[in-house]
Design a protein around this ligand. Sequence first.
Ligand SMILES: Cc1ncc(COP(=O)(O)O)c(C=O)c1O
Length: 437
Amino acid sequence: MSELKTDAFWMPFTPNRSFKSAPRIVERAEGIYLTEKGGRQIIDATAGLWCSNAGHGRTEIAEAIYQQAKKLDYSSIFNFGHELSFEYSERLVKHTPDGLNHVFFGNSGSEAVESALKIALQYQRARGKGTRTMFIGREKGYHGVNFGGISVGGIAPNYQTFGQPVKANHMRHTLDIERNAFSRGLPEQGVELAEDLERLVAFHGADQIAAVIVEPFSGAGGVILPPKGYLQRLREICDKHDLLLIFDEVISGWGRTGSAFAAIEWGVTPDMITSAKGITNATVPLSAVFVKDEIYQTVMDAAPEGAVEFFHGYTYSAHPVACAAGMATLDIYEREGLLTRASGDIGKHWEAALHSLAELDNVIDVRNYGLVGAVELRAPENLKGKFGGKVSGMAWDAGVMARGIGDALCMSPPLIIETHEIDAIVDKLRGVITSLA
Ligand SMILES: Cc1ncc(COP(=O)(O)O)c(C=O)c1O
C-alpha cells in the first residue's frame, strides 16, 4: 500500500506540523470503539466531538442515507420544498420544550448560532426595537467559529486573532474550583454570578441588547456546569429587561444530560435553542435553531404579503439526506430510550466511576452530570493551561479518546455505553494519571 500523503489537507483546529510528523489515523468505528490504522481499538470516551450519541456504525442510519440519496439526493430548498423536511420538523419539535415549535435548518453548530443571532436581530426589528443589536455571551463560552459565534463566544485565542466582528460583551464564567471542587452534579455555589448580566445591562442599556446566549453547560470551555439556580436567574433577568435568551445546546442536546435538552432537564425555557451534532448522530452535517412561536409569528407578521420574511438560509438547509439521517437517528433515540438514559443508573455509575479518580494526588476537581464529565489535573508550572492536551495524548496511547481542554480531560461517551466500558475508561485513565506523578 502506498504511503499516506498528508501535505495537502490543512487540518482544522490541529497543530498540522506535529500531527503530520506522527499521524493518528482512525480507520473504522463501531459502537463505542474506534479502530486505529493497524487494528488497535480505542474507547471513544468523547463520542467523537460530543456528537456520536447513539454510538458509531448504526446501520439503520446508513441505510436511510443510502435510500434517500437514491430517491431524492437534492432539490432547491429556496421556494421549493420536499416532504421529508416538513415531516422531520414536525417530529423534531415533539422533543423541544413547550412553545419552541419552529425549526430553521443549517449544516453546522456554527451556522445554527449565526442563524439564531440573525433571527434575534430580525425579531427585534420586526417588533420595532431595532436599536437592540448587540449580544451578551459568557467567558469560556464556545459558539462555533463564524464571525457572530466568535464574537459572542468567550474563547480568548479567537479575539486575539480575529477581533470582535459583531458587537458583544461577556458575563463572567461559572468555573469556581475553589468553592465547588468535586461537586457531584450541579455545583452548589455561584448562583450570584447570574447577577453579572444585570451589570452588563446597566452598562450597555437594555435597549441595545438583542439577546443573551449561553451554553446551559460549557462544553468546549471544559465541561463547566451551571451552579444551582443560575440558569433560572438568567431567565428572570432576561424577562425583566425584555431580552431574548438563547441556549446553545449543540453539545448539551440529544440526551447528554438525561433529557432531550438541558433546558428540559433543568427546567428553564429559552426563546431559542441551537442544535447540531447528535441531531443526526453526526453521520451527516445538519443543525437547527428551535424558535419560540411568538418570535416566528412576529417575524412573519412584520413582512409584507409575498415577501421573504427572513433573508437568510443555506443551499443545504434541510438537505434531504441529512433529514433522512435525522429521522433514522430519532428512531434509535426513541426506541432505545437514549434521550433519558443518562438520568438513570448509567449516569450514576458514570458519576461514581469518575469521582473515584478524586483520590489521586494530581486530580484537583471532577465534574459530572448525565453522561458528561471532566477530570481537572494539577499541571506542572511549564504546562499550565495546556496539560490536558498532553495527557489526552497519553490516554490515546493507553486506549482512550478523551479531550484535553486546558488542564482537564473532558469526556462525553456515547449514550449506549455500558457500566463495564465506563470502568475500562476509568481504569485506563487511572493508570495514565498515576504515571504523571
Ligand atoms: C456549544 C457549541 N456551539 C457551536 C459549536 C460549533 O459547531 P460546529 O463545529 O458544528 O460548527 C460547538 C462545537 O463544538 C459547540 O460546542
